[in-house]
Structures are given as C-alpha cells and as structure tokens.
Design a protein around this ligand. Sequence first.
Ligand code: G3H
Ligand code: 13P
Ligand code: ZN
Length: 330
Amino acid sequence: MVSYKELGLVNSVKLFADANQHGYAIPAYNFNNMEQLQAIVMGCAQSDSPVIIQVSKGARQYANQTLLRYMAQGAVAMAREMGSNIPVVLHLDHGDSFELCQSCIETGFSSVMLDGSHLPYEENIKLTRKVVEYAHEHDVTVEGELGVLAGIEDEVSAAKSHYTQPEEVEDFVKRTGVDSLAISIGTSHGAYKFKLKPGEEVPPLRFDILEEISKRIPGFPIVLHGSSSVIPEYIEMINQYGGKMDGAVGIPESQLRKAAGMAVCKINIDSDGRLAMTAKIREVFAKKPEEFDPRKYLGPARDMLRDLIIHKNKNVLGSAGQGNRVFATL
Ligand code: G3H
Ligand code: 13P
Ligand code: ZN
C-alpha cells in the first residue's frame, strides 16, 4: 500500500471548497504519456493553477499502472523544482469497478471516480457507496455520476444523453457519501459533441438543471465531463495538414466559464489536448518531412499543449493564480 500523501499529492476536498467559494473550477486534464504530463505540469505551474491529473482505465493499460504512479510522483517533484507549490491531485477517471478503484487507492491515487451512471439507480448507489467506504478509510475522495452523457464513456456507450434528474441528487449524495458529483447537462465526450446543420449554433448547456441541482444540494461540488471546446483552429490545422475531422465541434468556452462561476468545481478536458498535439505533429510532419527525431515533433506538440493549458486556466476555468494560495491553506 502506497499512500498518496507520501507522494506529495493531495485529495480534492479543500480544493473544491475553495473553488466553490471563489467562483472558479479546478482543471482535470487526462494524461497517457510523458509529454502530456510535462505540458500539464508546466502549464499549471506557469499559470499557478491547482490541478487534477487524471488517468482512465485505458490510460492505465496503455502506459503501465506502476509507471503512471511514478510519473505522478515525478509531476509533483517537477512542479516543486520549478519553484511552484501548486496542489496536485491524482485521480482515476471513469472507474468502472470496486476492484479498479481499490487498486488505484492502494497505488497512490488521492481521488477516484466510480462511474455507475449506466447502472440502475439503486445499483449505482450500492457500488458507489462501497467505493466511498473504502476510499474514505484512506482519506481518498470519490466522484460519483448521475445522468448519462451522450457518446462513449470508456466502454459505456449511450445513444443520447439522459440529463441528470435534479430530484435524485440529494438522495444519491446522502446515501453514497460521495465528495463530488458528475452530472449530465448537455456535454459529451470526444470531438464530435453535436451534429449541426449548416447555420445551426451549438445548443446551450442546461443551466436550468445545474441551478436546480445546486438549490437541492447547496455548496456541493459538481463536475462537468466532456468539456472540451474542440478549438476550431486545431481542427483547421489538422485538416490543412492531411487530417480529416470535418464536423468536429465542442462546448463554447463562454459556457464553461459560466459553469465554473456556478456550482461546477471540476472541469474535465481531454480531447482538446489530443487535438492540440495532433495538429502540431501534423504540421511538423507536413513542413519537415525529413524529421524523424521524436523530440522534434513531440516537443513542439508538448509546447502547444502547455500553451493551451495556460489559456484554459486563465480564460476558461479561472483557476490561474490560485495554486500557491490554496496550497498554503491545506
Ligand atoms: O472520458 C474519457 C477520457 O477522455 C479518457 O479517454 O478512455 O480513451 O483514455 P480514454
Ligand atoms: P472531452 O472529451 O470533452 O475532453 O472530455 C473529457 C472527459 O470528460 C474525461 O473524463
Ligand atoms: Zn469523462
């Protein structure tokens, strides 16, 4: 058993309380490899933002679970070497079983998600409760989910989104003991969040549902998954340099900013980072076809991701400038 505390990581309780109080959201960035993690640490240290680095079941399989754990430990050390005391949370994204959550907790995660959103309500409560009981024995925070996002959630697929029903949240939170709750108000995973006809605009998020939820569980931390904006410049770059991503569209940044000022305390972003890196790598390959040193294309891709993260923290989440201040309160 390795405790996250030995690795310099923190859980999310006080971070969410601070984000709630000051009207911003903690960024949760997914990583699968070294360059993504470097970009997250550099971007968050440079913009002084608290950060949740998150790992999916697929990432754990791809990168090796032991290596990932040491990488997370290295991420904290790297931030400190940069002279930054930003708080770092290591989170399991979309955990689908008690055993997976347990294994993460035993290998140094400070936070886990049990995504039982596809299960019947009572089963979701039962499984989430079991994870909470184990996690809380180890001072690890737990995110639950109610409502189903459109698209693919790891191996969980849903043809269309089923918005969270506000009348269920109070009961769910009370009976499971979760520390935060992911809800469905119109976001979805991936780079194709809406099918728009020519001239059609992205439909706004269901802020009415978010408001109703926060009335029923005041001050409780809410999480938004599927929150990439699918930045048009990246899609243009990808298409310009040989890619094919027509019709890709995401959540406008202004809507995410609004959500961060409400009860939303954690915003999950993965696709935008994938797009930024892919766009840059495609550009390098197109402009310098003789290049074969991975550092010469992964390096620029990493810098592009770092700049994106700084932009998100400053202009979308509002988390920039909060990191060292919050750390001093932990
Ligand atoms: O919500 C899912 C995340 O974007 C992780 O995706 O399962 O492909 O690692 P993944
Ligand atoms: P995006 O696909 O919109 O980046 O969402 C990521 C996410 O929700 C990870 O859990
Ligand atoms: Zn997600």
